[in-house]
Design a protein around this ligand. Structure first.
Ligand SMILES: *Cc1c(COP(=O)(O)O)cnc(C)c1O
Length: 349
């Protein structure tokens, strides 16, 4: 298979249509088989549930070329499960795991020429999504749905080195108690555009959101979960029902508990605490990282709050050693350089 003529390492994180996408329809209580199509446009009723009442949810994962030249994906069963949880909360039909994984295999294989080669730092971003395409006018779930999965090559997230980020403690809330913060719904992103604009306009990379009920506990940013490292080398990650359960964060926690000190036998692996994190504790942490599929883990150097600036001990110059090690091991697992835990890697071709 001949690769597309692309300068892989200069790609950014932007949409580029590729040759094939997978499309399936749900009607009269059942999914059709679904198939690959070449058309990058969706056609639907002007009164579609997604257009009128934002009935849509999505996933994001990547395909990698390993050092042996295989094309693989990382824990896609967890994306299938999370899309089902999102569908339930939005009264949409679940996409069966079997269909999700079949779509994934087919769409990545059909677009193999677009999968960036090993060593370029680029990857193939995969976007599965589900939306109400049947007409509604009264507020109600749509009568018909479309499940779609497209792929687009994306460049290395950190070009020209990894620099720590500066965050703004947001005066806006991301997710209400008992709301939709725990699912990957498009509506959560629509409402975060304005706070995101405010933060970027003031020179910040992202917002740090607090829990909406008490505004005392750290939740996450608009699209990534937090991991903190304490001064005595423990990992702390916020626990809350209104955080989106990041697959990257869950995987990094596993790496910390099982891989981090493998090479030094007398040292135990890292301890991880998942618990509420009061924002007044931030000043006591050594390192702070943001976890998500796009960047794996990005270092945070500072957070500006109404009570002043909080600087993590790892500083604004480089990533702290624990975040760097976590990143090295997880990307090593994804690229086939380090043996993966059972079931984490799905080989496509
Ligand atoms: C997608 C997402 C994440 C990251 O999840 P991953 O599974 O690691 O990609 C974190 N927070 C929010 C709000 C998200 O939508």
């Amino acid at each position: 298979m001949e690769k597309k003529n692309i300068d892989w390492s200069s790609l950014s994180f932007a949409y580029m249509p590729t040759d094939y996408r997978f499309v399936a329809h749900y009607k009269d209580g059942a999914w059709d088989e679904g198939k690959l199509v070449k058309d990058a446009c969706c056609t639907m009723s002007e009164s579609a549930g997604v257009l009128q009442y934002a009935q849509t949810c999505f996933e994001g994962l990547k395909a990698y070329t390993t050092k042996d030249g295989d094309i693989v994906t990382f824990r896609p069963d967890l994306n299938a499960k999370r899309l089902q949880d999102s569908a339930d909360r939005l009264l949409m039909p679940q996409v069966p795991t079997e269909m999700f994984l079949r779509a994934l295999d087919e769409v990545v294989k059909a677009n193999a020429a677009w999968v960036p080669p090993y060593g370029t730092g680029a990857t193939l971003y995969i976007r599965p999504f589900l939306f109400g395409c049947g007409p509604v006018i009264g507020v109600a779930p749509a009568p018909e749905y479309e499940f779609r999965m497209f792929v687009t090559p994306v460049g290395p997230y950190f070009k020209g080195g990894i620099k720590p980020l500066r965050l703004l403690l947001s005066q806006y809330d991301r997710a209400a108690p008992h709301g939709t913060g725990h699912i990957k719904a498009g509506l959560n992103y629509a409402m975060s555009l304005y706070p995101g604009y405010v933060a970027k306009h003031q020179g910040y990379a992202e917002n740090m959101y607090l829990d909406a009920a008490t505004r005392t506990h750290v939740e996450e940013t608009g699209g990534a979960n937090f991991l903190f490292v304490t001064k005595d080398n423990k990992i702390v990650t916020p626990k809350s029902d209104t955080i989106l359960p990041s697959i990257t964060r869950r995987s990094l926690v596993y790496v910390a508990e099982h891989y981090l000190n493998m090479e030094v036998e007398e040292r135990p692996n890292m301890e991880v605490e998942e618990r509420p994190v009061n924002y007044t504790e931030l000043k006591d942490f050594q390192e702070c990282g943001l976890c998500g599929t796009a960047a794996v883990i990005s270092p945070v150097g500072e957070v500006d709050t109404p009570d002043g600036r909080i600087s993590f001990a790892s500083g604004m110059e480089e990533m702290g050693p624990v975040c760097a090690k976590l990143r090295e091991v997880l990307t090593g697992i994804q690229m086939g350089e380090i043996e993966a835990p059972e079931g984490w890697i799905r080989k496509i071709c």
